[in-house]
Each structure stands twice: as structure tokens, then as C-alpha cells.
Design a protein around this ligand. Structure first.
Ligand SMILES: *Cc1c(COP(=O)(O)O)cnc(C)c1O
Length: 429
């Protein structure tokens, strides 16, 4: 091993975009086509590249950085807990895990939590819960939605309703079928004697930011009650106050008669729960939580005191600074600004969808300047915005996602809308 390979700290000199790209080319599995940008640090809703150039980050690390970058309270919670106890395994009790589980149960409803390190693993836990629930009656099949996304594990890609994630990895894990989203009749028609659960996102993220309709959620609940099926919601991307309520389904149902009593049987969470520190969790409703008895499921890292202390601090800051309301208000502010940009550039944009600070801006089918060979219009637009100093996240070929920090300021929102308006004007010229 040479000296360079042993360097554990980033060097400030002799580091260029080209040298870092070469490290990736030589040593990192090429499963991502990355944007041409090397980031070094961040503060609030801004990140900085190797050259000190500042970008407004409205992608939030794909809906992860709930408090933005380098939030002092998070850094303090992280270092304080690190000095005390980082990890001990799940063979012992630790206070942060117990307190975080208590906080999540209080925010959702009667039930219990199992902690993981990612959203994909949280979904794997729900799949096992469903299999256990159906085992004695020979039921195992889980119905999911077309255009859904449930993670990149082997069962995760089987559950995901998009061919592109499955291609080349067949045969798929058995027991998953996909049904059109927001179509209750189709779901009812798709049930088989082997069906044990229905899993959907309350707001589809990777599929292009599509919220479930209130009738769909209430109808799925009634259908699952009628047929003794588990209703599982993947709230990994939409959850943790991004919508303006703790979960997207709570926001979708808040003004609907009977909506306040709605509870699924299982929920997966991750992304912004840790604000950037890896953590995932599934919650299972009271009667089902005990199905996974001692020895039936496990994880080495999941629920470490470090991860749980950070997540508790994120929830505390969100509550203390009323960031749920901020997500709601900034979401309305951004949505109104986007609507007016769409109206000025109908050739470029089609519509904006979503809840709170989970918004999807859909590009028009033949938007000028965005149709390049081997690239999707969404990725071309994302690269153009990046050049102009704004980071967004593509979803599929036609949608740009806005998933910013929940403490987004009015000035941040104005800056983002101004950059988007400028790039749109250039393209439309
Ligand atoms: C991101 C995501 C996942 C996967 O989470 P990982 O932490 O990447 O494993 C699962 N479901 C949804 C809805 C997601 O957005």
C-alpha cells in the first residue's frame, strides 16, 4: 500500500475534480452515473464544491438532510453520544433506542419499533412480518404498486414496481405482484388466496412524486380489514414531517371525515429520520408487533445509541422550531412560485405535485433543449440547474424532485425559484 492509499483525511492541496473522479473510476463500483460535482462541505441549505463554489441544495441528499447541513445541535448530539457510547449491539439495553421507539409510537400510534440502518432493510423487516403473519394459513404474497420504489435489496427490487431495477437480477424473489397505483378496484381484483399484505408508498417518490388519494388509503384500509390482510405503508421518503405532518398519510387524510382514525399495520421509515446519520425503522401496529419474537429477526448495527441519539435530536429540533409548519408553509411558497414559472414556460413544464417539502416538477414531453441522446430530460435539466448553482433530484425521465431541509428559509426558497426561472428563460429563449 502506498502513502496515498493510507491517507484517511481529505487533503486540501493536490486534490482536483479529476483526481477524485479517477479514485472513483479505479476503485468504486460504477453503479451510479454521478453528476460532475465534488462536494466538500455544507451549511444550512447550501453546499460547497472543491473550488469553494456555493450551491443551493433543494435535494437534501434525497430527502435525508432534515435540518440541512452541519446543524450545530446535530453535531453536538453526535459528538456527545460518541464520547459516551457509540455501539454495544442489540444484546443489551440502551436508553436512546428505547426513547426513540417511544417517540415514534407517540407520533404514529400503539405499536412497536424495530430499528435498521436503511429504508431497504426496514422494508425487509415488513416483508418478514407479513410472511410470519400469513405463515400458518399458507399466505405469503405481497401486492405493491406500479411505479413504486422499495429499495435495492433482492426482495426490495422484487417489491419495486419498476422493471429497470429488476433487469439482469432475475429470478426475482417470489411473492410480489404490482397493481396500478391509486386504483382501488384494481387492487381488489388482484387479490389472490395467497395474498397476505398490501404495501404502498403514501406519496410515491422515485416514481415521480404522486400522493395517494384519501379514498385510496381509506379504501385499502377497509379492504385489508375485510380480507384479513396487513396494510403496509412505505414512508421512507415522505415521512418525518416532510409533508407538514409526521407522515404523508396523516397530511393526506387530515381534512377527511374518519381520516384521523386511519392507521396502517406497518410503516417503514429511514431517510430524514436521522437527518443524515444512517438509521431506518419499521413500526408495527400493536397486535402484529409481537409476531417477530425472540430469535426471528435481528441486526448488528440497527438502533445503535449513536444513531438513536441523533434521530432523537432531529425530532427535538423539528418540534422545538416548529419545522412541520415551516415545511407546510415553505411547501406552499415553493409550489406557488413553481406554478407561476410553469405558467410562464408551458413548453418546458407541465405541472407540480406533492405535499409540503416533497414536490415534483414535471417537465413537458418535448421540452426544448432537454432531449439529448442517452440522457433523460430530467437529468439534462438537473445538470443545467447545477451549473446555475441549484441542486435538485431527478425522478424517472420527466420529473425533478424538490426535497429540501425542513428548516428552509424564505431567502433559500426565493433563491431557488430565481435560479429555476433564469434557467427556464434561457432554455425558452
Ligand atoms: C429511498 C427509499 C427506499 C430505500 O431506502 P435505502 O435507505 O436507500 O435502502 C425505500 N423506499 C422508498 C419509498 C424510498 O424512497
Amino acid at each position: 500500500m502506498n502513502d496515498f492509499a493510507l491517507q484517511s483525511r481529505p487533503s486540501s492541496h493536490n486534490t482536483t475534480d479529476a483526481t477524485i473522479r479517477e479514485l472513483f473510476n479505479q476503485n468504486v463500483v460504477p453503479s451510479y452515473s454521478r453528476f460532475d460535482l465534488t462536494l466538500t462541505h455544507g451549511k444550512g441549505s447550501h453546499v460547497y464544491d472543491l473550488h469553494g463554489r456555493r450551491y443551493l441544495d433543494l435535494g437534501g441528499g434525497i430527502a435525508v438532510c432534515a435540518l440541512g447541513h452541519a446543524h450545530p445541535a446535530m453535531v453536538e448530539a453526535l459528538t456527545e453520544q460518541a464520547r459516551r457510547l457509540m455501539h454495544v449491539s442489540n444484546l443489551y439495553y440502551t436508553e436512546p433506542q428505547g426513547r426513540l421507539a417511544q417517540a415514534l409510537v407517540a407520533l404514529i400510534g400503539p405499536g412497536k419499533c424495530f430499528f435498521t440502518n436503511s429504508g431497504g432493510e426496514a422494508n425487509e423487516g415488513l416483508f418478514k412480518l407479513a410472511r410470519k403473519f400469513g405463515h400458518d394459513t399458507g399466505r405469503f404474497e405481497i401486492l405493491t404498486a406500479v411505479n413504486s420504489f422499495h429499495g435495492r435489496t433482492l426482495a426490495g427490487i422484487a417489491a419495486t414496481g419498476q422493471d429497470k431495477v429488476k433487469k439482469g437480477f432475475e429470478p426475482m424473489v417470489a411473492g410480489f405482484r404490482h397493481v396500478p397505483y391509486n386504483d382501488l378496484a384494481a387492487m381488489r381484483a388482484a387479490l389472490s388466496p395467497a395474498t397476505v399484505a398490501i404495501l404502498v408508498e403514501d406519496i410515491q417518490g422515485e416514481g415521480g412524486v404522486t400522493p395517494a388519494s384519501p379514498d385510496y388509503l381509506l379504501g385499502l384500509r377497509a379492504l385489508c380489514d375485510e380480507r384479513n390482510l396487513l396494510l403496509l405503508l412505505d414512508c421512507v421518503q415522505s415521512g418525518h414531517f416532510r409533508s407538514g405532518r409526521f407522515h404523508g398519510f396523516q397530511r393526506i387524510l387530515e381534512d377527511v371525515p374518519g381520516g384521523g382514525a386511519f392507521l396502517p399495520d406497518g410503516i417503514s421509515m429511514a431517510k430524514s429520520l436521522g437527518g443524515g446519520f444512517p438509521i431506518g425503522v419499521f413500526w408495527a401496529r400493536a397486535p402484529y408487533a409481537d409476531l417477530l419474537s425472540a430469535g426471528t429477526h435481528g441486526t448488528t448495527y440497527g438502533g445503535s445509541p449513536l444513531a438513536c441519539a441523533v434521530a432523537l435530536k432531529v425530532l427535538e429540533v423539528i418540534a422545538g422550531e416548529n419545522l412541520a409548519d415551516n415545511a407546510r408553509h415553505m411547501g406552499e411558497r415553493l409550489r406557488a412560485g413553481l406554478q407561476s414559472i410553469i405558467q410562464q414556460h408551458p413548453k418546458l413544464f407541465r405541472t407540480v405535485r406533492g405535499q409540503g417539502l416533497m414536490l415534483g416538477l414535471e417537465l413537458a414531453p418535448d421540452a426544448p433543449g432537454l432531449n439529448l441522446p442517452h440522457k433523460t430530460p430530467a437529468s439534462v435539466m438537473t445538470a443545467k440547474l447545477q451549473e446555475a448553482g441549484l441542486l435538485l433530484i431527478p425522478a424517472g425521465a420527466q420529473v425533478l424532485r424538490i426535497l429540501p431541509a425542513l428548516n428552509l428559509t424564505e431567502a433559500d426558497a426565493e433563491e431557488g425559484l430565481a435560479i429555476l426561472a433564469r434557467v427556464a428563460a434561457d432554455l425558452d429563449a
